[in-house]
Design a protein around this ligand. Sequence first.
Ligand code: LAC
Length: 239
Amino acid sequence: MRIGALVFDAYGTLYDTQSVQDVAEQLFPGKGEALTQIWRLKQLEYSWLLTCMERYEDFWELTRRSLDYAVETLGLRAEADTLERLMERYLHLAPYAETREALQALAAWPLAILSNGSRAMLEGLVRNSRLADRFQAVISVDEARAFKPSRRAYALVERHLKTPKEEILFVTSNAFDAAGAKHFGFKVGWVRRGAGAGAPAGAFSPTVLFRHLRGGADRLGYEADARLGSLLEVAGLVA
Ligand code: LAC
């Protein structure tokens, strides 16, 4: 693969959106898991809906709206400061265990993030996780006022990195994002995070349901160039 720069998705790829679950469980004992999954499922659904409607509200706003939805649908009651605590978690999501090492191994390459996150969310996230110095650019879809998988969102990369799309390796674990990036014309590395284990023997927990919905490769006719077990395999791809 002839690659000029690597671009990473943020939520679910470098940073674990599931890491809101500890605070969710503290605030809503017994309901934290369901809240976590419904919140994330709805958040992305809203991003697609707005983009289809050719409307835009930034991802912080959608994250709040989807949190309101999740709280309400579970019949929970939350004061404003409880909701704030959950929203704050989005600025302090845990990087995956291998994120730091994987980025370190790629230090010789131009690296960037392209994410649905608003500029302020992404700046907070990379600063709080002390990863800001790893990236040449942290690109928010705010500039395009359209969420992934809109082509307008992916087109921001070429503008920022001055690298043709055929020479971008786009790394994501979000299957819809892998399909969108491939459709746009990037080379795509899809990080497979825990899908395809088959149906569990016991009850189908919200987390298992989430993995099955979002952890598998989408069947939309776009195959990633590489399927990766973890971010650590990216370095081998470009070596
Ligand atoms: C992002 C979404 C896809 O970071 O999670 O853009």
